[in-house]
Design a protein around this ligand. Structure first.
Ligand SMILES: *Cc1c(COP(=O)(O)O)cnc(C)c1O
Length: 399
C-alpha cells in the first residue's frame, strides 16, 4: 500500500494547509504598511489565543529563545530562583537560569510525575524571585498544576514571578493566564498553532514588565522592552520571520473560525479536541495492556506510553514509521527505549487518532506478543471514549 507521512510528534506538528499557502504568498517587505497591518492583526489575535489582555511579543527563534528571553529580561546575576523540573524541558530551565548567573534551587519530580503543592511551598524561600515551570512537560507527557502554583504564590503574598513554558501547553490545556496571575507565558510556532518552527511568542504581566526595568542580566537581540515599543507601532526590532507571521495569521484565522469567529472560543475547541484525542489514545493503549507513563496527571499535549515488558520502545517507533509512515517519538535522554510518545497538539482529529491506534494494533499483532491480543481491542476502547461510553471521562466535543 502507499503510505502518507503523518507526524504524531510533540513538535513539529502537522501543518495547516491554509497556513502553508499564506506562507508561500508572503512576498512582502517588513518596513511597509502592508506588513504593519499584518503584524498588528496577528499580535492582536495572539492575545485572544493566549488569553491575555497583555501585549504578546513575537520573536524570530525557536521556543527556547523565548525561554532565554524570560530569564535575561527578568533576572539579575545572583538572583535566587526555583525551577520545577520533571523532565528534559525542566532541565532546560535549570541550564538557562544557571547560564545567566541565577542561583537555581531545583525541585525535581521523577520522570512521569508532577509536584505536589506542598513540596513547592516547602521549596520556596523568602528571597525566591521567580518560579520556572512547564505547563506540560513534553518529554514525559505530564501536566503540571499551573493554576495551583499561581494560587500558591498568590496566597503567600509574595513578589515571586511565575514563569511558564507553555510551549506545548497552549492549545492543549485550559489556561487562565490573567485570571490566575501567570506572569510570563511562552509559546512556540511548531506546536498548537500548526505552522513550521521558527517563531516564539510570549507575554508578560504588568508586574513582570516592572521587573524588566531593574533586571541586570545582559540582553540585546531579545530585549523585550525594545521589542514591545516596536510592536506597538507594528514593527519588529529586527527583520521578522515574515512568511511565518503570515502563516500564523492564517492559522489564527482558522482557529477563530472554529469558534465562530472568536479566537478565544476557537482555542477552547482546540484544547477540547486535544483532550479528546488524548483520552481516546490513553484508553486504546491500556486496552492493549500497555501502561501510561504519566497516569496521575496526563497532559493532552502528548501521551507517553510504556511498551509491554521486555520490548524496546524503539521497535514500536521504527515499525510505525517503516510500515505506516507514522512518526511518533521515542523517549528523550535516559527515557530512550523506555517509552514512546503520541502527540495530540494542534491539527489532529478523530480520523488521525483512530488511524494511529489502528496502526498500533498492527504493530502489536506482528511484533509485541501481547497475551490475549485481538484486533479491535484498542480501537473499540477509543470509540467508546469518543462516544462517551469509555472508562475515561468523556470530554466535550465541539462540531
Ligand atoms: C518544543 C518545546 C520547547 C521548545 O523547544 P525549541 O526546540 O526551542 O522550539 C520548550 N519546551 C517544551 C515543553 C517543548 O515541548
Amino acid at each position: 500500500m502507499i503510505r502518507k507521512t503523518r507526524l504524531f510528534t510533540p513538535g513539529p506538528t502537522p501543518l495547516l494547509p491554509a497556513a502553508q499557502f499564506a506562507m508561500a504568498a508572503a512576498d512582502i517587505h517588513h518596513r511597509t504598511p502592508e506588513f504593519r497591518a499584518l503584524y498588528q492583526r496577528v499580535l492582536e489575535q495572539l492575545k485572544g489565543f493566549v488569553g491575555t489582555k497583555n501585549d504578546v511579543l513575537l520573536l524570530a527563534s525557536s521556543g527556547t529563545g523565548a525561554m532565554e528571553a524570560s530569564v535575561s529580561n527578568l533576572t539579575s546575576p545572583g538572583d535566587r530562583v526555583l525551577v520545577l523540573s520533571a523532565g528534559k524541558f525542566g532541565e532546560r530551565w535549570t541550564a538557562i537560569t544557571k547560564a545567566f548567573g541565577c542561583q537555581a534551587d531545583v525541585l525535581t519530580a521523577p520522570n512521569g510525575q508532577t509536584f505536589s503543592l506542598d513540596e513547592v511551598r516547602a521549596a520556596l524561600k523568602p528571597d525566591t524571585r521567580a518560579v520556572f515551570v512547564q505547563a506540560t512537560e513534553s518529554s514525559t507527557g505530564v501536566r503540571h498544576d499551573v493554576e495551583g502554583l499561581a494560587k500558591l504564590l498568590k496566597s503567600e503574598g509574595s513578589e515571586t514571578l511565575l514563569i511558564v513554558d507553555a510551549i506545548t501547553g497552549l492549545g492543549t490545556t485550559h489556561l487562565d493566564v490573567d485570571g490566575w496571575g501567570v506572569d510570563v507565558i511562552i509559546g512556540g510556532s511548531q506546536k498548537a498553532v500548526m505552522i513550521p518552527p521558527g517563531l516564539a511568542y510570549l507575554s508578560l504581566s504588568d508586574r513582570a514588565w516592572k521587573v524588566t526595568e531593574t533586571a541586570k542580566n545582559p540582553r540585546y537581540y531579545f530585549d523585550l522592552r525594545k521589542e514591545r515599543k516596536n510592536a506597538q507601532k507594528g514593527e519588529s526590532s529586527y527583520t521578522p520571520a515574515v512568511s511565518l507571521i503570515a502563516a500564523l495569521g492564517a492559522a489564527l484565522d482558522y482557529i477563530a473560525a472554529q469558534g465562530g469567529g472568536d479566537v478565544a472560543a476557537g482555542r477552547k475547541i482546540l484544547v477540547d479536541n486535544a483532550e479528546m484525542c488524548a483520552a481516546m489514545t490513553r484508553a486504546a493503549v491500556q486496552a492493549l495492556g500497555m501502561t501510561l507513563f504519566a497516569p496521575d496527571a496526563p497532559a493532552a499535549a502528548a501521551t507517553a506510553v510504556l511498551p509491554p515488558a521486555g520490548v524496546d520502545s524503539g521497535v514500536i517507533v521504527k515499525e510505525l514509521k517503516s510500515r505506516f509512515s507514522a512518526i511518533v517519538t521515542n523517549g528523550q535522554g535516559e527515557m530512550k527505549g523506555e517509552i514512546f510518545r503520541i502527540a495530540h497538539i494542534g491539527f489532529f482529529d478523530y480520523m488521525d487518532t483512530i488511524a494511529i491506534i489502528g496502526a498500533l494494533e498492527q504493530v502489536a499483532a506482528s511484533s509485541l506478543n501481547i497475551p490475549g491480543f485481538a484486533f479491535g481491542q484498542a480501537v473499540a476502547a477509543a470509540q467508546k471514549v469518543f462516544a462517551g461510553q469509555g472508562v475515561e471521562e468523556p470530554v466535550a466535543v465541539h462540531a
